[in-house]
Design a protein around this ligand. Sequence first.
Ligand SMILES: O=P(O)(O)O[C@@H]1C[C@H](O)[C@@H](CO)O1
Ligand SMILES: O=c1cc[nH]c(=O)[nH]1
Length: 339
Amino acid sequence: MSFDNDELRDEYPDGTVRLRNPNIELMDQDILYHLALGSGSHDLVEMFGDVKFVCMGGTPKRMEQFAYTIMAEIGHKLPCGTTLQDISHFSYRYSMYKVGPVLSISHGMGIPSVGILLHEVIKLMYHAKVRDPVFFRIGTCGGIGYEGGTVVISDEAVDGALRNVLELTVLGKIVQRPAKLDRRLVRELKALADPEDPYDTVTGKTMCTYDFYEGQGRLDGAFCDFTETDKMEYLESIHKAGVVNIEMESLSFAALTHHAGIKAAVVCVTVLDRLKGDQVLAPKEVLDEWQQRPTKLVCRYIKRYLQVKGKISLDGHGSIAVKSPRRFKLVQQESETYD
Ligand SMILES: O=P(O)(O)O[C@@H]1C[C@H](O)[C@@H](CO)O1
Ligand SMILES: O=c1cc[nH]c(=O)[nH]1
């Protein structure tokens, strides 16, 4: 296991999520302001103690749909006559749905929005005494050399200058956090791509920017100080460096989950090939179908985990069998991160 934050694992071998913040346990209560939840006002262990998977994506609609999809996939039943409730409705910020061991939460757009949410969800995992949760981001992105509709599993997140770190200004000083993702989880997810899927599923480096327009080299924003030639030179250079897609949250997602010792993956669908244009031209119905593709892969992972866990719960090794159409693999449930 090459876990950069091994101290966390050694100190808390039961898998509960620990915070790298001594202040929290000294507080009478912790208000998770943007989730409309609190450790004093809610029984967080009772409400969330059984969570195993936390799935996030940009929009409330996508994450509500994801919640209904995973509910059907894992056969979770709601009490008669009830529907899923948005647990964070009264925050008017994020939406959160719970389906058995799965949380489905919208994160809004960009690093600041997903960063605030991650602080609060990681604290939620801590207060609820959740063990070894796995986090997924289910998103959309621009492909670099990939047609719209391609599913991309990120094996690394980099910023606009190809640096594999999230940079934050804390007390006026620049702090860098490594943006590492779990290698084994990438392989497990890739193995769940079905050759029968009518689209490609690829792995590669994901560039994460602070802006959709100038930050991603688009010519069609309200402002643009570079030429088409400059743009193409840049996109070709990042393509050469192994970047397969661009989006706006993976850097924070990878860095904050890694800092908390939480296993995480980013799975996005491309909505266009940026080597061919800037505007998202696909019709809405097509975009809606494309957005379900990362969902399908993550659902397969969760379903497989839950089925296998049911069957092998007595083996004590915490292993998960991943069936690809051609083969079965027994995969140890450990984390591996890129150095
Ligand atoms: O998860 P989503 O679809 O929101 O991810 C990407 C990155 C930005 O949040 C947004 C830009 O259109 O889409
Ligand atoms: O080009 C794109 C498409 C979706 N999301 C992004 O951040 N960029």
